[in-house]
Design a protein around this ligand. Structure first.
Ligand SMILES: [Zn+2]
Length: 116
C-alpha cells in the first residue's frame, strides 16, 4: 500500500516513513490522469528499488521517456518543473534530498570540465 499525499512543491517524491511507502504528488497532477499515472509508475519503481544505483538507473532511463516529458511540458508550470530539478529542498519543515540528481549533476559538471 502506498500512501499518496498531495503537495504543491515539485512534481513527485517517493520515500519511506514509519515503515510505510509514501508518494508526494503535486496536486496539479490530479487534473491530468495520463500524466499522473506515468509519474506514479516512475515513483513506484523508486519505492521498489530504493538503493542508490537503482535510483540512478530509473532517472537515467526515464530521461528518454519523451511522452511523459512532453505531457509535463504541456501541463505543468515552469515553476513546478524547475522545483523538481533542485536536488535538495525544504518543504513543510522537512529537508529532502534526491541523491541521484546530485550525482547526475556531478557527472555533468565533471564532463564539462574535462571537455573545456
Ligand atoms: Zn525519479
Amino acid at each position: 500500500m502506498v500512501n499518496i499525499k498531495y503537495t504543491n512543491w515539485g512534481i513527485a517524491y517517493a520515500f519511506r516513513e514509519n515503515n510505510q511507502d509514501v508518494i508526494e504528488l503535486n496536486s496539479e497532477l490530479s487534473k491530468y490522469p495520463e500524466l499522473k499515472k506515468r509519474i506514479l509508475k516512475h515513483e513506484k519503481e523508486h519505492l521498489k528499488n530504493p538503493d542508490f544505483l537503482s535510483n540512478l538507473w530509473i532517472e537515467f532511463k526515464d530521461m528518454f521517456d519523451f511522452k511523459t516529458h512532453n505531457l509535463m511540458a504541456r501541463h505543468l508550470s515552469l515553476k513546478i518543473r524547475m522545483q523538481s530539478l533542485i536536488p535538495i529542498w525544504y518543504y513543510k519543515g522537512q529537508i529532502n534530498t534526491n541523491s541521484a540528481l546530485f550525482f547526475i549533476y556531478l557527472v555533468f559538471i565533471i564532463g564539462i570540465i574535462i571537455v573545456i
